[in-house]
Design a protein around this ligand. Sequence first.
Ligand code: QV4
Ligand code: CA
Length: 512
Amino acid sequence: MKIFFLLVAFELCWAQYNPNTKSGRTSIVHLFEWRWADIALECERYLAPNGYGGVQISPPNENIVITNPWRPWWERYQPISYKLCSRSGSENEFIDMVTRCNNVGVHIYVDAVVNHMCGSGGGEGTHSTCGSYFNAGTRDFPAVPYSAWDFNDGKCKTYSGEIENYNDAYQVRDCRLVSLLDLALEKDYVRSTVANFMNRLIDIGVAGFRIDASKHMWPGDMKAFLDKLKNLNTSWFPEGTKPFIFQEVIDLGGEAISASEYFGNGRVTEFKYGAKLGTVIRRWNGEKMAYLKNWGEGWGFMSSDRALVFVDNHDNQRGHGAGGASILTFWDPRLYKMAIGFMLAHPYGFTRIMSSFRWSRNFVDGKDVNDWMGPPSNSDGSTKSVTINPDTTCGNGWVCEHRWRQIRNMAIFRNVVDGQAFTNWWDNNSNQVAFGRGNKGFIVFNNDDWNLSETLQTGLPAGTYCDIISGEKEGNSCTGIRIEVQGDGKAYFQISNTAEDPFVAIHVNAKL
Ligand code: QV4
Ligand code: CA
């Protein structure tokens, strides 16, 4: 009986905050704009064997088709209906992906766009991904169906009907975000319709949701539709498992709405994380890595068990959303790998890795005028498939950061050190720092302009370890640097400031 109550209490407090990844898998990867068929293959051939826990996918439901003359990635944030067909594939392909990924223990997290439908200027017709008719002007979306009284036009108090002032919480939640038709989520019909859409996805087997534009919805309205959600599909998840919920709320401070208002519903994106980490690794504003000693709550971030963290996301890697110029992306690979390495080694938050496509950046007066460019596509607008090169990198314009050796090996590092304490911090009071995770792993960074040469306490058992950044363990040898840990746990590290990757990481599963 006692044990039963303990179990219930555990479920209740963990519930929607639990990522629902298979035990021992601690990160998810955002396969931005990937086709369902490619994600299914990637789960089987790469993500499962390398210990990735799940995939955040692009919005799977019907959206507006915008051709000006090419299709922007952001058309997918303008829903037309909740039918499952998009540039990523059909409903059947979606079901096949969820099934195949779940079958290899990699779970699917849906980007749910439920604050709004398409832009007010979206026009009338069937220029939508399943060909459903709609009329943005009259607020008519018969394929849902939604009609004029399901929107907030009457409720919003600004003259333009748009959000004009982020210091006014009513505007932010009841008015249109960049002209997107704002749903009246105080209505039970709208709440139920949204919940039905999400429940359909739960039935198919998804493990949770990123909830887009959460800042623009009242936390109580969100709770109302979240309370209508089913438990996860018992073909793959234990009975009574709630969907994982993480809410996109950009809170860098100084606005009417704060992230903490949403903690009751689930986890929240911690946007300070990437903005600050980028500033530190770039050594801007007098920041240095030594200051990372109390990284996490000590930096004013939300509590670790509420945070969803990332170095960059699909918005701020191209100047949308928030974070500004400090955000590190694949365009700055050397610093980016260090930032991801730090994130994956550090215990704070639940981690998400970005996986991008390349586009032709074109800065005009400091702004990338090509920030709209959609995924690699064929002349008919269809998304190109992800091809795999002989060296395991991706082709066809897909960056596949999650396949970079340094990033993939650090995702494995995080699995190996899961649950271990943050230990043995060392710094040189500048940009050389090191820390361990109990007796399972240790990492050393040299982001200074001079060499690092130190004997450090690693906390690890004696032995020869393979550095998983310059290489990895292959059979009985290391393809990169070797580190000798002595009987007292100490090891000597030498990292040149001009090394290709100026950091070294070792863990007990890469010991000879
Ligand atoms: C434009 C003007 C408006 C004007 C309107 C008139 O900007 O002022 O009223 O025309 O018709 C696109 C265009 C945008 C256009 C709008 C409507 O970029 O210029 O309005 O469509 O036609 C993505 C993109 C947006 C895009 C949107 C819808 O980033 O540029 O808008 O998709 O296609 C805030 C929010 C946060 C949000 C972030 C970007 O608090 O929630 O901005 N992040 C999420 C997603 C993001 C997505 C949305 C929210 C919207 O991560 O990708 O926006 O679903 O910080
Ligand atoms: Ca709203």
